[in-house]
Write a protein that binds this ligand. Structure first.
Ligand SMILES: Cc1cc2nc3c(=O)[nH]c(=O)nc-3n(C[C@H](O)[C@H](O)[C@H](O)COP(=O)(O)O)c2cc1C
Length: 197
């Protein structure tokens, strides 16, 4: 059973709506155990660097998919706090060779989301993780009628929400893109695990 954790933050629910679809896409792959984890609930490391709460789920995962809104052109501060809390794990390279991938949601069509994905990618690489790309040809080229990868992102999933409640926006195409992304990372994780066995 491949264990995948979707570790996300969401200030107002829009990134959470996508995280739920990424989770559904990963969980829909046979032989995958996928879990959602809001990084806001993770406690700070203890003085001895011990990590309580749900940190153990991240350490036990075969893959971690990171998700954050883009705030001021980068990850949210809550997500950055999580990144810095993980530095004790980095010190022991505890996440080395886990599969990693990332997604971000923002208000602008661009909104500087690539900066956020780069931050997530560098973070994963500092942990010596294996980064998985989006792997879906953008709908502007395929005319797929579903708007998969509407924002034409390759380094990770980008989604966009208008001003409105998270049950209305991001649009359906972005939600379907979240499912496809979760499934791709799950399948990549299974291949990686099979190759290691
Ligand atoms: C503090 C703050 C900074 C933001 N900065 C950006 C930005 O740099 N680019 C952008 O496109 N949208 C930006 N937005 C809009 C959010 O990305 C957008 O509302 C998003 O849907 C919020 O996701 P959430 O509901 O998961 O928190 C910002 C919003 C806030 C609250």
């Amino acid at each position: 059973m491949a264990k995948i954790v979707i570790a996300y933050h969401s200030g107002f629910g829009h990134t959470k709506a996508i995280a739920e679809r990424v989770h559904a896409g990963a969980a829909g792959v046979n032989g995958v155990d996928a879990t959602l984890l809001n990084v806001e609930e993770l406690p700070a490391p203890g003085a001895d660097r011990s990590l309580g709460g749900r940190w153990g789920e991240l350490n036990a995962a075969d893959a971690i998919i990171f998700g954050t809104p883009t705030y001021m052109g980068d990850v949210s501060w809550v997500f950055k706090r999580f990144m810095e809390y993980s530095s004790g794990i980095w010190f022991g390279q505890g996440w080395k060779d886990k599969i990693a991938a990332g997604f971000t949601n923002s208000g602008g069509l661009s909104g500087d989301k690539l900066q956020t994905l780069h931050t997530l990618m560098v973070f994963a690489n500092q942990h010596s993780m294996i980064w998985v790309s989006t792997g879906v040809t953008p709908s502007i080229y395929t005319g797929d009628g579903k708007d998969l990868n509407r924002l034409s992102s390759y380094s990770g999933l980008m989604t966009q929400a208008d001003q409105g409640p998270p049950d209305k926006t991001p649009p359906q195409g972005d939600r379907l893109s979240g499912e496809a992304f979760g499934a791709r990372v799950a399948q990549a994780t299974q291949r990686w695990l099979a190759g290691k066995a």
